[in-house]
Design a protein around this ligand. Structure first.
Ligand code: G3P
Ligand code: MG
Length: 282
């Protein structure tokens, strides 16, 4: 039986995109902790395979934007630093927090929303194993939307899907996890291997033709379109067929309210702390 959505009745839930990425380096344990502490209902993260087959949390295909790889002379020759070319032991050499202090990507350091007390923790962040973050989610009963990044250029679908399912089984986190992907072959395979795992189809630029038939054929519980191609009519149509709709990435409070009123179960946001505050003030 599929349990993930049982805890999400109706609409209005807030999902911290890549963790609370406006106040901590994305896809790190700190971003996950901040997501939970700020009151988000769930968190979203991206998973990739290292060269030696370990599942790690990381968004980009290459390591440059969110680690210090470019500053490490010994690794310079490995440019363009594709994560899938590095073993987990090598990934452990990298710092995944200092870039956030350097770039201040959301201006939250300049604004004081990230305080000086947070700096040592930010500096200490590494690329996490999926396994340790699943265990954190389980300990705190904090559900997650796990996005499997497309590995088709490197590992086959079977390897990444098998590895993810193994981790969920070993940690006992199947009911806590919704798996999404832009690679819909992964979702099809997942359902064949374990129909109890909730799945969601991600799309960015356009909707597949014959959308409802398409999603029913994939047997997904949810549809995750980019918010820019979504309106209330689409949400109504899908929810009336029993398909949940969750949007990304919604950083504007008015847009979030609009989608919730239309029946979206959750929205993924870079600013979970602000949307939670808005919910409390409503
Ligand atoms: O799952 C929603 C969103 O995370 C998809 O885009 O590029 O942020 O992983 P991206
Ligand atoms: Mg993602």
């Amino acid at each position: 039986m599929n349990l993930f959505f049982e805890r999400f009745s109706g609409s209005g839930y807030i999902c911290a995109h890549r963790g609370a990425r406006s106040i901590a380096p994305e896809n790190t344990v700190l971003a996950l902790e901040q997501a939970r502490l700020c009151g988000a209902d769930l968190w979203e993260t991206d998973v990739r395979l290292s060269a030696d087959g370990e599942l790690v949390l990381f968004h980009d295909q290459t390591l440059e934007r969110t680690t210090d790889v470019a500053a490490l002379e010994t690794l310079y020759s490995r440019k363009p630093w594709k994560l899938s070319d590095f073993s987990f032991e090598e990934l452990c050499l990298l710092n995944a927090g200092s870039w956030f202090l350097r770039d201040d990507p959301f201006g939250t350091i300049a604004s004081g929303e990230v305080g000086g007390v947070d700096v040592p923790k930010i500096k200490a962040q590494k690329i996490p194993l999926l396994n340790e973050t699943l265990r954190y989610s389980l300990r705190h009963d904090f559900p997650l939307n796990l996005e499997i990044k497309d590995q088709s250029a490197t590992a086959g679908a079977q390897l990444v899907v098998d590895s993810v399912l193994k981790q969920l089984r070993e940690t006992g986190t199947e009911p806590l996890v919704l798996i999404s992907s832009f690679n819909h072959d992964y979702l099809r395979l997942l359902k064949q291997l374990n129909p109890n795992i909730a799945t969601a189809a991600l799309v960015e630029d356009s909707h597949p033709e014959n959308l409802i038939d398409y999603l029913q054929d994939l047997a997904v519980e949810a549809y995750h379109p980019d918010q820019l191609i979504t309106d209330a009519d689409l949400i109504n149509e899908l929810t009336s067929k029993g398909i949940r709709v969750n949007l990304w990435t919604v950083n504007d409070i008015q847009r979030a309210r609009h989608f919730f009123a239309a029946g979206a179960t959750f929205i993924c946001t870079d600013w979970p702390q602000h949307l939670v505050a808005d919910r409390h003030s409503a």
